[in-house]
Design a protein around this ligand. Structure first.
Ligand SMILES: Cc1cc2nc3c(=O)[nH]c(=O)nc-3n(C[C@H](O)[C@H](O)[C@H](O)COP(=O)(O)OP(=O)(O)OC[C@H]3O[C@@H](n4cnc5c(N)ncnc54)[C@H](O)[C@@H]3O)c2cc1C
Ligand code: FES
Length: 308
């Protein structure tokens, strides 16, 4: 179901052209002409992206190579001639990348890490649970569900109604171009806003629990055929894992650890976890998220040691 970690020597560095840049001033989506990488990338995989345009690589022709380190970004969606990434502009790398324009060339390394090669055969409903910018990784999963004819729900939690990614207040309905895309892929959207009550007034896990108690789609009694994937801040993923496990809902997490190399070399992305044996026993082991993740079964994370 998950792909094997790609051998390090197969990670490809390519310089790709920006075909479209969309922004709402806070979130930016760049689409790349990259047919080969788009075809190879699985839902949940990521690219290490050089945050300055390749044509500025020669300092005599432009600003210096800043920031020096690549930044990891999930593949957001497949498009006809490549793929897109979607990011929040929060620091030097994302702000610089957010200034890229159509026609600029950007260097990317990947696709990297473990993603979902196919939706497992027993799955009847794919449930995506996003906290904040965690939503960036999920359009590919909705695309996969659409291709397979599997039902899909997106639970998306933000702090305030104005925090929706690719927001456009002039748009009817969700007021977010991104959510309109989920809608057109046939993915049901359920929203929560913890701080201002624009949507369900609680966390996204509170919203899941309300729908479970009320037997709403996708939850029935018993809960069957659901496959859940979460992506967001640690506290949200911890809460999701703690909620899903007792209800016996298979739950995977897309882990977004701080990363250096993205190739399993620098060890900056280690999280405490377990190997799970066939008899169900757990053997403690540190997990390199860039190689063994980012998609990891929630039960493999040692939450207690992670918070130490
Ligand atoms: C596998 C993976 C996939 C990712 N996919 C996306 C994506 O699709 N869209 C997106 O917006 N972001 C994504 N991120 C996070 C993204 O890499 C960081 O936002 C980015 O590196 C910030 O770079 P910067 O130079 O702008 O800011 P920095 O100055 O490097 O960081 C700004 C702030 O963000 C925090 N930060 C940096 N990296 C992370 C991280 N990995 N997780 C949580 N906080 C972080 C820093 O502590 C700091 O407070 C992903 C991270 C990983 C590991
Ligand atoms: S980012 Fe270097 S080992 Fe994972």
């Amino acid at each position: 179901m998950l792909n094997e970690p790609p051998p390090q020597n197969q990670a490809r560095i390519e310089t790709v052209r920006v075909t479209r840049a969309e922004t709402d001033g806070r979130f930016t989506r760049l689409s790349f002409h990259a047919p080969e990488q788009g075809r190879r990338a699985l839902a949940g995989q990521f690219f290490e992206v050089t945050c300055h345009p390749a044509d500025e690589a020669n300092p005599t022709q432009g600003p210096p190579l800043s920031p020096l380190l690549n930044r990891p970004f999930s593949i957001n969606r497949w498009i006809e001639d490549g793929f897109s990434i979607l990011f929040e502009m929060i620091g030097p790398g994302t702000k610089r990348l957010g200034a890229a324009k159509q026609g600029d060339r950007i260097t990317v390394l990947g696709p990297l890490g473990r993603g979902l090669a196919e939706i497992p055969p027993h799955v009847q409903h794919l449930v995506l649970v996003a906290g904040g910018i965690g939503i960036a990784a999920f359009t590919t999963f909705a695309q996969l569900a659409r291709q397979r004819g599997v039902a899909c729900s997106l639970y998306y939690g933000v702090n305030r109604g104005t925090d929706l990614a690719l927001r456009n207040p002039k748009k009817k309905g969700y007021q977010s171009r991104l959510l309109d895309e989920f809608d057109s892929l046939g993915c049901r959207c359920a929203l929560s806003s913890m701080l201002d009550g624009s949507f369900f007034p609680g966390t996204v896990v509170d919203l899941l629990e309300r729908d479970r108690q009320e037997n709403c789609v996708p939850f029935g009694d018993p809960v069957e055929g659901i496959f859940m994937i979460g992506c967001g801040p640690w506290a949200m993923m911890n809460a999701l894992a703690r909620w899903a496990m007792p209800h016996q809902i298979p739950c995977f997490l897309l882990m977004e650890e701080m990363m250096g190399c993205g190739l399993g070399i620098c060890r900056s992305c280690i999280v405490p976890g377990y190997d799970i044996r066939e008899d169900g026993s757990k053997v403690p082991r540190n997990i390199a998220v860039c190689r063994e993740g980012p998609l990891i079964a929630a039960e493999r994370i040692d939450w207690e040691r992670k918070w130490e």
